[in-house]
Design a protein around this ligand. Structure first.
Ligand code: HEM
Length: 573
């Protein structure tokens, strides 16, 4: 969850301000005490009585104020605004739950916030816009394509609320959490031309092939190593293999090196995996201090402490790689350094002076890429494979499509993917049913007052898009709970006739607008190719001992709660 970093404009002081009420309470209490106590009490007792009455009056008034604020639609954070000012007088309130006084809905979102928010939007008839309070944080949630589009494509929401953990882990110097402005634009430009350009993605195919080759070898090794009596069928937990391939895939592109995580000398690889895991947990954790800044000092969830312990490890790790690159550059020819084939560290070092990037900026940028690129791809692929185990007919259709287009024995290449519509439709359908970021991972923040879906939304409001609710909406998707890749194809099996990259908000798992995911083409290229290679090689079937469990756990992304375990056999044995 997120916290607001920009504050709402300060409204004029009104009669409902706590300070005015407190003053009023003090004066009233003094008057009451002198009226009733008269001269019968000595001055010490009278002072004590005064004090007690003042404390009681302040407590009563605080409770009254908290209740008044809480009574506002959307709860206490919205109530703080409703003070009879110009906004409150004209604005149509956004419907939403009150929650409980002071905390609002902070404690009631539960572990699967996207599902709770979807039910609340239905309950309050607030699909276009729902208001709620997470303690001090004013939140709106859009669960319709129209209002989602208004938010995501508005320049007003080009900023993000920065979580405490993101700030402490340096992410506010990287693309995802950098404030909207020149620095963020510069980072997007550099990444778009040197990491995510179509040319660069195409050049990276050789590494994508190598990484999926390692996964295939590992599975085959497992099959051959497991007892021959099983008939070459073995149950395998796929997550570790997919995660390792994802980390290495991004590592090669960004740092120019990969790690073998199983061998002893791969201490660095293990350290990297441990750091990424710790970072995920910290960024994905629901941190009370994000919504009640006063709690930040106590660090009751130890988030600050854990972030502060992680940062020096990240610094040491990435700084070492940067030094290795600096050393290598002294012996490289200039055209080699500038070559599109050089990794992202070389690119950033090459433009460090010209673009005014500090070493700390470079570390943050590199670290974020590893972070973002690692989880999303492995998580999505695990969901796809889980659905294929549950739907063998879909798996067979993909295998047939590959055979008819690529031929038996030929390795699927990037260039084949556009000719495999059913495979792409299967990935789209998985993105619809299991969007890795059901609330689009990172929220947006209103930079200034704005109108959304006919409602006034004040500056400083955190905006979320419930992509999960939209992609499960029965008025948009027929039979929304069914896994039907065909819905993305036309009657002749051509397609997919849909753009998931942010232009059609009925399914925009990569977000949309200025802050749309810059890694979407790279992510889709990887998932499509790896899926094709895996299905071409293996059959994945249900393991009766570890039935597929589609329940979710929402961390930074929405993962399978129980890692996928499937029986695997070679297609061509
Ligand atoms: C299946 C793969 C992926 C999914 C589903 C995904 C999803 C998302 C989503 C929903 C957002 C927020 C967009 C918004 O606010 O509108 C995002 C942002 C981002 N993603 Fe991805 N992503 C994927 C792959 C990647 C990869 C491979 C990389 C990089 C290596 C990456 C880097 C980023 C970055 C840097 C941002 C922040 C953009 C900004 O704030 O300007 N993503 N992603």
């Amino acid at each position: 969850m997120a916290t607001t970093s920009a504050s709402a404009p300060t409204p004029a002081l009104t009669f409902s301000e706590p300070g005015i009420w407190a003053l009023y309470a003090v004066i009233s209490a003094s008057t009451i005490s002198s009226t009733f106590a008269g001269d019968q009490l000595n001055s010490g007792a009278r002072s004590l009585l005064n004090l007690l009455l003042i404390v009681c009056a302040i407590a009563c008034l605080s409770i009254a104020i908290a209740l008044t604020r809480w009574a506002s639609p959307g709860g206490p954070a919205w109530g703080r605004l409703a003070r009879g000012g110009p906004v409150a007088a004209t604005a149509k309130p956004i419907p939403g739950p009150h929650g409980i006084p002071i905390l609002g809905s902070l404690l009631s979102l539960g572990p699967l916030a996207h599902r709770t928010l979807a039910s609340l939007s239905q309950k309050y008839n607030a699909l276009p816009l729902l208001a709620l309070s997470l303690a001090n944080t004013r939140v709106i949630v859009a669960s319709l394509p129209s209002s989602a589009k208004e938010i995501l494509t508005s320049s007003c929401f080009a900023d993000r609320p920065v979580k405490q953990s993101a700030r402490r882990l340096l992410f506010d110097r990287a693309i995802g959490f950098a404030p909207y402005g020149d620095y963020w634009r510069k980072l997007r430009r550099i990444a778009a031309s040197h990491l995510f350009s179509p040319k660069r993605i195409a050049e990276h195919e050789v590494h994508r092939q190598a990484e999926v080759g390692c996964v295939i070898d590992a599975i085959a090794g497992h099959l051959h190593g497991s007892n021959a009596l099983s008939g070459g069928v073995s149950s395998i937990e796929l997550r570790p293999l997919l995660q390792q391939a994802s980390v290495n895939n991004v590592m090669v592109s960004v740092f120019g090196k990969r790690y073998g995580f199983d061998v002893d000398e791969a201490k660095e690889g293990k350290e990297l995996q441990a750091m990424v895991r710790e970072g995920f947990e910290l960024l994905g954790a629901f941190n009370l201090a994000d919504h009640m800044p006063a709690l930040g000092t106590f660090d009751s969830q130890c988030i600050k402490q854990r972030c502060d312990a992680l940062v020096p490890r990240v610094y040491a790790f990435v700084s070492k790689i940067i030094s290795e690159h600096r050393q290598a550059r002294s012996t490289m020819m200039e055209d080699e350094v500038l070559s599109e084939k050089s990794d992202f560290v070389h690119v950033l070092l090459g433009m460090q002076a010209e673009e005014g990037l500090s070493d700390a900026d470079i570390i943050a940028i590199l670290w974020e890429m590893i972070f973002r690129g690692t989880d999303s791809v492995a998580i999505l692929l695990e969901w796809v494979l889980a659905e294929l185990v549950l739907h063998p007919e879909v798996q067979e259709k993909i295998a047939l499509e590959i055979t008819s287009i690529v031929g038996d024995g030929n390795v699927v290449r990037d260039a084949d993917i556009p000719k495999l519509p059913y495979l792409q439709a299967t990935v789209y359908e998985t993105l619809r049913l299991h969007p890795p970021g059901p609330l689009l991972s990172w929220a947006r923040l209103a930079i200034h007052d704005v109108e959304i879906a006919g409602h006034h939304v004040p500056a400083g409001t955190t905006a979320m898009v419930n992509m999960w609710a939209i992609s499960h909406d029965a008025s948009i998707w027929s039979d929304p709970l069914a896994f039907t890749p065909e819905r993305f194809l036309d009657a002749y099996g051509a397609g997919p006739n849909f753009d998931v990259r942010g232009s059609d908000l009925r399914l925009a798992p990569f977000g949309a607008g200025r802050r749309v995911c810059p890694g979407r083409a790279m992510g889709l290229a990887t998932v499509n190719l790896w899926l094709a290679r895996l299905v071409q090689q293996f059959m994945f079937t249900s393991d009766p001992v570890h039935e597929v469990d589609l329940s979710e756990v929402l961390k930074l992304s929405c993962e399978m709660r129980t890692p996928l375990c499937a029986k695997v056999s070679e297609r061509w044995s």
